[in-house]
Ligand binder design. Structure first.
Ligand code: HEM
Length: 472
């Protein structure tokens, strides 16, 4: 069909209203960039261009174009080079920002470390961290909880245990502000990615100094992980043949590729960053919906009782697939509140997608959230209806297009951590609902989407009531 359509040039695309010199930059100088883009889509349609003080970006909220671009990597598109520049400057030389052969070499051990078998093997770690967190909640009855912080701690502890064999206890605040230091990173990436001039290289403001201090502390901690792993390998040479985690796999001599110290450090950092906010924010969004829908909490609880009986947490990984309703709730949360609503790319060569000519080196932002909430793809698209994800979904949900969900990206650079994230979310959300009633202590309108490279519910506070106390 495409060849009968007229080809469209980027230069002919529309633009939303902007400043006569700075273009669209002033509007974009906010942390909530995703909402600015959503507003622009309303003004200019699903494919348009913007200008950030002379730098042109194409923005696409068109599900078909976005799907193609994701699929055409790594050959025809790369991540935005500015992203690589900013991450390298922070010492992050890892799989997320690598390209070409460098990316291929790094992607392999990352995918292996996070494959289904390994996640099954590490299921007890997820159970143990879930138990620790829920025990902490049991000691916080009648207390208002800033729950997002708790979930961040949970994901930091799970990722460090699984990927680096390091048993942190961030959940119980025993890690000298490690969490606070990690939390500084994403907002600064978000700020710097579209900054027209890298002012921080000339004058260091308070935030830049804070970032430097946090990076220094994180570096010390990661080097501790690395030196401990080296010691373990020296003491137990069988680990050279069979490394027991991601970090050991990077450290042992590898016939195909030897990782440099920079790459080892960069990939440890990448795993921490990639595995932490994305997952914990999705769990927080789940709690945002659950606290407003006690009947859904009850259904998750009933399912948990059927699947793992009197146990507090699901210990048998084989039974995970039986948490179908809990899974449907998570899918619906991801559809309505994807923590990565937009992704930034650049073209490696000229390419025609649908009928649009995208020249070499075009900077392009994919806005994926809008399609996930469009009526043409999901009936009653703005409503939270987990049932739409069940095989037995009721017929009123006419439109249902899971292929437009791009919350984990797509193509060969699809998120390798999806398995781990889904396991963490299923185990924790199921156990949380099995053991607690959840109520929000602020009114839902006061909980706002906040984007700081990932999108989270700002101002989410809840109380958790153990359900046994209802009986007593
Ligand atoms: C709900 C949780 C998560 C979400 C929504 C998420 C989302 C994403 C997205 C959108 C990308 C970019 C994909 C692309 O370019 O096509 C990505 C990449 C990545 N994610 Fe995740 N992620 C999650 C959890 C995790 C976890 C738990 C880990 C590991 C501990 C992880 C590790 C990575 C890595 C290493 C990459 C870079 C892959 C590459 O460039 O080849 N993610 N993730």
């Amino acid at each position: 069909m495409n060849d009968t359509k007229t080809l469209v040039n980027i230069k002919d695309l529309e633009s939303p209203k902007g400043h006569f010199v700075l273009g669209h930059l002033p509007q974009f100088q906010t942390s909530n960039k995703h909402q600015v883009i959503e507003q622009w889509v309303k003004e200019s349609g699903e494919l348009f261009k913007v200008n950030f003080a002379g730098k042109e970006f194409v923005i696409s909220a068109d599900a078909k174009i976005n799907h193609e671009i994701l699929k055409l990597r790594p050959e025809k598109f790369r991540r935005l080079s500015k992203m690589n520049e900013i991450l390298l400057e922070m010492g992050v030389n890892g799989v997320f920002n690598a390209e070409g052969d460098l990316w291929k070499n790094q992607r392999k051990p990352v995918s292996e470390a996070l494959n289904v078998q390994n996640i099954k093997r590490f299921h007890p770690v997820i159970v143990n961290k879930t138990e620790l967190l829920l025990k902490k909640f049991k000691n916080s009855i009648n207390t208002t909880i800033a729950i997002r912080k708790e979930f961040i701690a949970f994901t930091i502890d799970v990722t460090t245990a699984i990927a680096f064999g390091y048993n942190l206890d961030t959940i119980n605040n025993k890690e000298n502000n490690f969490q606070e230091h990690l939390e500084v990173i994403f907002p600064m990436i978000n700020k710097r990615i579209t900054a027209p001039i890298p002012l921080w290289r000339l004058i260091k403001q308070k935030k830049d100094k804070q970032l430097e201090a946090s990076l220094k502390t994180i570096k010390q901690i990661i080097h501790e992980f690395i030196s401990d792993a080296k010691k373990r390998i020296d003491q137990n040479p069988t680990l050279k043949e069979n490394p027991s985690n991601f970090l050991e796999a990077l450290l042992v001599e590898n016939k195909e590729y030897q990782f440099s110290d920079d790459e080892i450090y960069g990939n440890i950092f990448t795993m921490l960053l990639a595995g932490e906010d994305t997952t914990s924010n999705t769990i927080s969004w789940a709690v945002y919906y659950l606290s407003q829908n006690p009947e859904i909490v009850k259904k998750i609880r009933e399912e948990a009782i059927v699947v793992y009986k009197e146990d507090d947490v699901l210990t048998n990984n084989q039974l995970l697939s039986q948490l179908t309703y809990t899974n449907a709730v998570i899918q619906e949360v991801i559809r309505l509140k994807p923590t990565t609503p937009q992704l930034y790319f650049e073209s490696n060569e000229e390419v025609i997608i649908e009928n649009v000519i995208i020249p070499k080196d075009t900077k392009i932002i994919l806005q994926n959230k809008i399609a996930q909430t469009q009526e043409k793809y999901f009936t009653n698209a703005d409503k939270f209806i987990p049932e739409r994800w069940l095989k037995s979904a009721c017929p009123m949900h006419k439109n249902h297009s899971p292929r437009v969900i791009k919350a984990f990206g797509g193509g060969s650079r699809f998120c390798p951590g999806k398995n781990l994230a889904m396991t963490e979310m299923l185990v924790l959300i199921s156990a949380l609902c099995k053991q607690f009633d959840i109520s929000m202590t602020v009114s839902p309108e006061k909980v706002k989407e906040q984007f700081e490279f990932t999108m989270y519910p700002d101002n989410l506070y809840v109380k958790l009531q153990p359900i046994l106390s209802e009986v007593n």
